[in-house]
Ligand binder design. Structure first.
Ligand code: ADP
Length: 319
């Protein structure tokens, strides 16, 4: 059976990104495929990694469109369920002047949160190298139980667990519950990507270095990466820490930058035979490239449509 390099689990939905305004000032939206784990999967598959997605979409036009998009990026979609009468989730993106975004969701709940334990195929988990998940599928519905089931299966089968909390506060009714679920995710993962805001939310510590240390002291995380928007990124790896400066670009839409950045980190880690051979200099090189990938992703609207090709990344790094 063919090996899967990354198995990504979680939300797959439609983002409506504003692209301008009509004559009467109403926003005009462009429809883009989205969902953080889906963005990670699409990027990895675009760069040639064997990638599968476990998700649920509605049996509707949007669901069909999402599957077609992922398939066009060579993501294996055989574990994406479409049965059931709950429609595909729609997310409306608002962008501020700096290209930073906030979201409103149309789901009560949508199909993405209806992922079920039965949708998790153990054989697929056994075949993967890295199992990646986020926190939206932990917000509620049946997807919470399904996601934890997949993560447990991954741990039992000695897989590398990757976690991006990617907090969407709007989705959580209860902040304590959100913190508890994120902490549970941190306790299960080997590789973690957090933003500086998420680090503060979980630890209550404003100083980045202290907050990162609190996280790695509390949980057995092998590699913690903190994204800092245009500033770049920060790592904590085997007690060693450092900042890697971001690239200066004219950002138009940061949607998906964090996901594609993280996909780049996973892509480069997959070059290594084992995480045990990783050294600090490797992490610094990995983040240099991932910062470039994140910066390139901000140049176009949407997440999946703005994933750079490997050639574009090479060119940007050597310009
Ligand atoms: P997250 O979704 O985790 O908050 P960020 O928005 O911080 O992700 O973006 C991830 C990475 O993409 C950053 O660490 C940085 O390397 C790059 N990036 C994001 N925004 C910009 C920007 N405006 N200019 C240059 N690089 C950026």
């Amino acid at each position: 059976m063919k090996e899967i390099e990354v198995l990504s689990i979680g939300e797959l939905l439609i983002d409506f990104t504003p692209v301008g305004a009509s004559a009467n000032g109403k926003p005009i939206y462009e429809q883009n495929p989205g969902g953080a784990p889906a963005n990670v999967a699409a990027a990895l598959a675009k760069w040639g990694r064997a990638t599968s997605m476990i998700a649920r979409v509605g049996n509707d036009f949007f669901g069909e469109d999402l599957i077609t998009t992922l398939e066009n990026h060579y993501v294996d979609c055989s574990l994406i369920s479409t049965d059931g009468d709950i429609p595909t989730t729609l997310a409306f993106v608002k962008l501020n002047a700096e290209g930073n975004r906030s979201f409103s969701f149309y789901r009560k709940p949508g199909a993405d949160l209806m992922l079920r334990k039965e949708d998790i195929d153990k054989a697929y988990i056994k075949r993967c190298k890295i199992l990646h998940f986020g926190s939206v599928s932990l917000t509620g519905g049946t997807s919470r139980e399904a996601t934890w089931h997949a993560v447990e299966q991954g741990i039992e089968n000695s897989k590398i667990i990757s976690f991006d909390p990617n907090i969407r506060e709007l989705l959580w009714k209860d902040q304590d519950e959100m913190k508890e679920q994120i902490k549970k995710g941190l306790s299960k993962a080997h590789l973690v990507k957090m933003s500086d805001e998420e680090l503060y939310f979980v630890t209550g510590e404003k100083e980045l270095e202290k907050a990162a240390k609190l996280i790695t002291d509390a949980y057995a995380i092998q590699l913690l990466i903190v994204t800092l928007g245009a500033e770049g990124s920060y790592y904590l790896f085997e007690e060693k820490t450092g900042f890697i400066q971001g690239y200066r670009v004219r950002a138009t839409d940061t949607t998906g930058a964090g996901d594609v950045f993280w996909a780049s980190v996973l892509h480069q880690l997959l070059e290594k035979i084992s995480l045990l051979e990783l050294q600090e200099k490797d992490i610094r090189n990995i983040l240099q490239t991932a910062n470039a990938v994140g910066a390139l992703t901000t140049l176009k609207k949407g997440a999946i449509p703005s994933i750079p090709t490997l050639d574009e990344i090479e060119q940007f790094l050597h310009q």
